[in-house]
Ligand binder design. Structure first.
Ligand SMILES: Nc1ncnc2c1ncn2[C@@H]1O[C@H](COP(=O)(O)OP(=O)(O)OP(=O)(O)O)[C@@H](O)[C@H]1O
Ligand SMILES: Nc1ccn([C@H]2C[C@H](O)[C@@H](COP(=O)(O)O)O2)c(=O)n1
Length: 255
């Protein structure tokens, strides 16, 4: 069944550990159904990049908390070309460096950081819905904290070995054991922090993807999304009937 053009206001929330396929799957679903896409991990990375760029020690929680309100972070939500800007600078590549990856779990554990970014994420979801658009949001606390009322809630997993293999395929010359150790380190930090840890709620569907290709995972989520859209019916979504988002939206989201 195709819901192309009729998925106004649907929210698809995806959580899971590092390398489980959240970003690739979310982009595939959003592109196929003309939905917005929000990579919340990129927002925590952008915050971390700013801290490091301004000499704030990522492990100094008090200093990070004090500076958390300063970076101007702007996310592009087009799944075909998602963008990340900090203070007007395109940081899409810089936020993927090993230095940022090493610091991001510490920065994202600071409550002031989460408070600010969760508020931005909710604003982006509200903006999408006010423009009669649906949105796919992925991260660690989307099903639990950011959008617990999402119509589709997925917890994506894959074995540690599969995730390390997938990741090392992206990093030329990488040592698979080192990649797996880094994923395990981040998973532990992200699932053991006090504030909004990575957890699976009872109402999120666990999708174990170790033996599945990306196309198969996207197909499963498309079916779930289409079912949720059909179940919601046509007339009861906030913002239905308004214009779908222009290329550049106000606030944190650029489409
Ligand atoms: N089902 C799949 N089968 C094979 N490879 C996959 C699958 N899903 C994703 N991949 C690949 O695994 C790698 C990691 O995927 P992706 O970046 O989407 O994961 P992620 O959960 O968003 O990771 P992170 O949380 O670290 O950002 C990518 O190279 C992607 O193409
Ligand atoms: N909703 C989120 C999303 C991400 N984080 C933190 C934890 C991750 O290690 C880091 C980077 O995310 P990735 O780019 O690997 O998806 O950001 C979080 O705390 N909450």
């Amino acid at each position: 069944m195709s819901a192309q053009g009729s998925a106004e206001g649907v929210v698809v929330a995806i959580d899971g550990p590092s390398g489980s396929g959240k970003s690739s799957t979310a982009k595939g679903v959003a592109s196929a159904r003309d939905l917005w896409y929000l990579d919340t991990g990129a927002m925590y990375r952008a915050m971390t990049w700013w801290m490091q760029h301004h000499g704030v020690d990522a492990d100094d929680a008090a200093a990070v908390a004090e500076a958390a309100g300063r970076p101007d972070i702007s996310m592009g939500t087009d799944p075909a070309a998602p963008t990340v800007h900090v203070d007007g600078r395109d940081v899409a590549r810089e936020i993927r460096t090993q230095q940022v990856t090493a610091g991001v779990s510490a920065v994202s554990a600071v409550p002031a950081v989460r408070e600010r970014l969760v508020a931005m994420q909710r604003e982006t979801i509200a903006l999408a819905r006010s423009r009669a658009a649906g949105i796919v949001v992925e991260g660690r606390d989307i099903t639990t904290v950011v959008a617990p009322d999402a119509q589709v809630k997925i917890y994506l997993t894959a074995s540690a070995e599969a995730r390390a293999h997938r990741r090392s395929g992206e990093l030329s010359g990488s040592d698979i054991d080192a990649v797996q150790a880094d994923l395990a380190r981040r998973d532990l930090l992200d699932s053991s922090r006090a504030d909004s840890p990575l957890t699976q709620t009872a109402d999120a569907l666990e999708l174990e993807t170790t033996g599945l290709g990306l196309d198969e995972v996207v197909a499963i989520l498309l079916e779930l999304t289409d079912r949720a859209v059909a179940a919601a019916g046509a007339g009861d979504r906030p913002g239905a009937g308004k214009a779908v988002g222009e290329k550049q939206a106000e606030g944190s989201a650029a489409r």
